[in-house]
Design a protein around this ligand. Structure first.
Ligand code: SF4
Length: 222
């Protein structure tokens, strides 16, 4: 039976993505294959982090008990969990839920898209400020559609320059949804808006991490 390392699970407000502002049930998997400088969930990536080992049946049963329709699989990096394809398939067959996978952009999503229908993927593009840009899986941009999103977490104008270059080089503004999200405390929101205006960045959305506004930025489980 497939089992998954779950660092935390909770119901909260969906802070990002197309369903931002709606309730969502979050499953945070332990472990990540990257090490971004600004990571705010490093604790979940530590080798000795505490986690529950839950089967796909137990996870689905938990999700159903919450009676929440938006399900966000996050991390860490959810797509490095062994047998995650089995969980995605089972979730895709559940009628009344909408599943979103938040992935760091380094994992090829083609095989997961082929296995399970109707799941939306929010892929990070790691910009220079993250220190992980060389790990990005660019071929993913052949598979994203309007049900998915590519998110750029920007900490500087240099990051914005690179985001703009990537968005328009790969036509992401046409293929999928595009979000720009600030590294909390690193860049003025006003500067991001000014940059978007100066560069006519149509079809790109500024998204604020809602949970960092509602709760203390260090609060877990929200
Ligand atoms: S990919 Fe996400 S979870 Fe992994 S280190 Fe980077 S910010 Fe943290």
């Amino acid at each position: 039976m497939a089992q998954f390392k779950v660092a935390e699970r909770f119901v909260s407000i969906n802070g990002e993505s197309a369903r931002a502002g709606e309730l969502a049930v979050f499953i945070r998997f332990a472990g990540c294959n990257l090490n971004c400088g600004y990571c705010d969930t490093k604790w979940a990536n530590e080798k000795d982090t505490e986690y529950e080992l839950l089967s796909d049946e137990e996870l689905i049963s938990y999700i159903k008990r919450t009676e929440i329709k938006n399900v966000t699989l996050t991390g860490g990096e959810p797509l490095i969990q062994e047998d995650i394809d089995e969980l995605l398939l089972k979730l895709s067959l559940e009628g009344d839920i909408r599943v979103e996978v938040e992935t760091n952009g380094s994992i090829d999503i083609a095989e997961f898209k082929a296995v399970a229908d109707g799941i939306s993927y929010t892929l990070d593009y790691k910009l220079p400020g993250s220190g992980c840009e060389d790990k990005m899986c660019i071929s993913n941009y052949n598979y994203v559609d309007k049900n998915d999103a590519v998110k750029f977490v920007v900490g500087s104008i240099k990051d914005l320059d690179r985001a703009r270059e990537v968005i328009y080089t790969y036509g992401l503004d046409v293929k999928t949804r595009v979000y720009i999200s600030p590294v909390f405390g690193s860049i003025e929101l006003e500067d991001i808006v000014d940059y978007m205006i100066e560069n006519n960045m149509n079809d790109v959305k500024l998204q604020l991490q809602m949970h960092k506004i509602i709760w203390d930025p260090e609060t877990r489980g929200v």
